[in-house]
Write a protein that binds this ligand. Sequence first.
Ligand SMILES: [Zn+2]
Ligand SMILES: [Zn+2]
Length: 168
Amino acid sequence: MELNFTGISKLEGIKEEFDINEHLEDNTIDFCGERLNIVSPVTVKGTMVNYDGKINVELRIATQVERVCSRCLEKFSDEIVASADYVFVKEADGCKEDYYTYKNEKADITNLVIGEITAELDMKPLCSENCKGLCQICGKDRNSKECQCRKEEIDPRMQVLSKLLDRK
Ligand SMILES: [Zn+2]
Ligand SMILES: [Zn+2]
C-alpha cells in the first residue's frame, strides 16, 4: 500500500485527496503473538499537502478484523477505525527525526497502517457491549438461548467461608 506524491511533491500548498481500498499483504495481522484475519479490504482515505517542502498526510483507516469475543467465545468482525497524521520528507534530505521518508515520489504506508490498526485492537474484545457471555453453570452461550440454570442461592455457611478466604 503506497501513497503517490507525484502530483504535489513539487508544488507547495497543493492539497490532494486519496482513497485507497486494498487487501493488506496476506490479510492477517499479528497481535500479541496471535494471527488475526483481516476480513475486509483496508480503506485508507485522506489528504496530503506539500507544506514547506514536507508532505503532510492525514489519513483515516477503516477495516474489519476477525476476533473472538472474550465473553461468549464467538467469532465476530470487529470494526476498526483509526486516524493519524504523518509528515514525509524525501529520503535524499537525510535522516530527520519525527519524519517518515519517501523516495521516487512514493511512500510505502503498509507498516504504518498495520501499526494503526494494531493500536485499535482490544485486549479483551467484545462482540457487543451487552454480550451476556457463557453461563457459568452449563456453559451455554446466553446470547442465543437463556438456559434453565438459576443462580443458586449461596449457602450462608459458604458465604462465611468465602469471606474468610478473601481476607488478606
Ligand atoms: Zn460475545
Ligand atoms: Zn446455564
